[in-house]
Design a protein around this ligand. Sequence first.
Ligand code: PRT
Ligand code: MG
Length: 212
Amino acid sequence: MITIALSKGRIFEETLPLLNAAGITALEDPESSRKLILPTNRADVRLIIVRASDVPTYVQYGAADLGVAGKDVLSEHGGIGLYQPLDLNIARCRMMVAVRDDFDYESAVRQGARLRVATKYVQTARDHFAAKGVHVDLIKLYGSMELAPLVGLSDAIVDLVSSGNTLKANHLKAVEHIADISSRLVVNQAALKLKYDLIQPMLDAFSIAIRE
Ligand code: PRT
Ligand code: MG
């Protein structure tokens, strides 16, 4: 049995065509089903539905053999015990620093001001500002980072941006690009060895599908 960990929403939707290319079809839709373990057309393959940030943990401990996770999530997790053979080039976005429209970020940085930065991506933010030599106080949030500068919780946020509409709607502007983000296939290292005959053909099918 092969267990594949996916999160609902964009990762699930964008992974489906790749699974199809490997001959795997989900028999239920996680958006309408309340089941957390979804059968597929193959008796030896099942999907489990977990929070996006929990995918690396399930794969690390071998509760899932494979998973799909954003580079944002993998940087925070650290990637211990995970083999990352393929960049699937899906769920693309950018990790950015953003501030209120009326905040002069450049001059705050130039003056060496200590910045309050709210983010879900504490590790990424710490590394980014340390490399720039900017002193920051990091405030850990679990979502809706865009609110923080509007109500005075922070001067800046580190968050993902795709269309830019969320920033615009909240009178924020992106001031720094930290990284381009896409999702990777992650594989449990022991599972790859023990279930090589089942997993390797899937990896081959995925890598052909993403090149097309
Ligand atoms: O929602 P939950 O708390 O369960 O977890 P999650 O938000 O991490 O999961 P999900 O499913 O929303 O995102 C899964 C993965 O998709 C992330 O880990 C990223 O790698 C990737 N991805 C791609 C994005 C976006 N694009 C994205 N735009 N993840 C989040 N966003 C959010 C962003 O945080 C911001 O609030 O969308 C908003 C900005 O979108 P725009 O289009 O308005 O710029
Ligand atoms: Mg989300």
